[in-house]
Design a protein around this ligand. Structure first.
Ligand code: SAM
Length: 291
């Protein structure tokens, strides 16, 4: 290795290290890590295979590769994740936005009936991906984004600046809907959207290491059953939604029927609508406040 340190040998070494660690998708991840370390586009790497690399570059790539070998998510290493076509900064303070959450955004835009005077609340905003994407689409809707984690809110605000919508979103720290109570917003909200933590305690040990060891537990665990946050939101949202207003929530696989029963028990909503994702999994529930 000492005689011929080139981009080509670096790629081969990095890919083999990731393969051995069982990270999956080693070839593609190698290109992304190298492109990031070298400041190049990943598709330019193949044509530069013969180019020599310095010991300093080799060490820089080596440190990124060791983080990935330890199963740190690629997104935390690179610092970004794409969501709805926008690039979001991510750190271990926030959940990495998932593709299935794009359905939540689509359902709000489809069913929200949002007009210029509408008020929309994103509960558990994390990186801000839902609130910020909606702010780029809905020009005049007032958006309030809330989270219990001040560290997550700092990341979200940074992302809002990045997408030039920071003046369109109010950020609030607190437990679920409690910040709305402080602002006396009873009966004033058109849509409450949330991707709350929804993994059951019992499933924690089975999560892949990337999730279990690196993503914030506060963003993942919903409680013993996993549906505790949804239940609280169904209970508490009635106070804040206008008649006809919507509570739109992402759910985990197999949680829809329990939440249908909760919505009936709690009362005050029309029959729960359930929307499947592209894989046919029940992924979003929509509860409409009766007027
Ligand atoms: C599943 S993550 C969703 C993040 C982001 N909305 C997304 O879809 O990628 C859940 C978020 O809820 C926040 N959270 C957890 N418990 C909370 C609580 N009691 N009140 C408000 N937010 C909470 C977490 O900090 C985390 O950012």
């Amino acid at each position: 290795m000492a005689e011929s340190k080139t981009i080509g040998t670096l790629i081969a070494w990095a890919q083999q290290s990731l393969d051995q660690a069982g990270t999956g998708n080693a070839a593609q991840e190698t290109l992304w890590l190298l492109a990031n370390a070298l400041g190049l586009e990943s598709h330019h790497l193949a044509s530069k295979a013969e180019q020599p690399v310095s010991a300093e570059v080799w060490a820089r790539v080596g440190s990124l590769v060791s983080r990935r070998v330890a199963r740190e998510p690629l997104q935390y290493i690179l610092g970004t994740q794409e969501f709805c076509g926008l690039e979001f900064h991510v750190s271990p303070a926030v959940l990495i936005p998932r593709p299935e959450t794009e359905l939540l955004v689509q359902e709000v835009v489809r069913g929200g009936g949002l007009n210029k005077d509408a008020v929309l609340v994103d509960v558990g905003t994390g990186s801000g991906c839902v609130a910020i994407t909606l702010a780029t689409i809905l020009n005049r809707t007032r958006i309030l984004a809330m989270d219990h984690s001040p560290e997550a809110l700092a990341v979200a605000k940074n992302n809002a600046q990045r997408h030039a919508v920071d003046d369109k979103i109010d950020w609030m720290e607190g437990d679920l809907l409690s910040p709305l109570r402080e602002r006396e917003m009873a009966g004033a909200v058109d849509v409450i959207v949330s991707n709350p933590p929804y993994i059951a305690e019992v499933d924690w040990a089975d999560l892949q290491p990337e999730v279990r060891l690196f993503e914030p537990r506060l963003a993942l665990i919903g409680g013993q059953k996993g549906t505790e946050f949804h239940e609280r939101l169904l209970q508490d949202s009635r106070e804040f939604l206008v008649p006809g207003g919507l509570l739109v929530m992402e759910i985990g696989q197999g949680q829809a029927s329990a939440l249908r029963r909760t919505a009936e028990q709690v009362g005050g909503y029309a029959a729960l609508q359930v929307v499947e994702d592209a894989a046919g999994i029940e992924r979003v529930v929509i509860a409409q406040r009766l007027g």
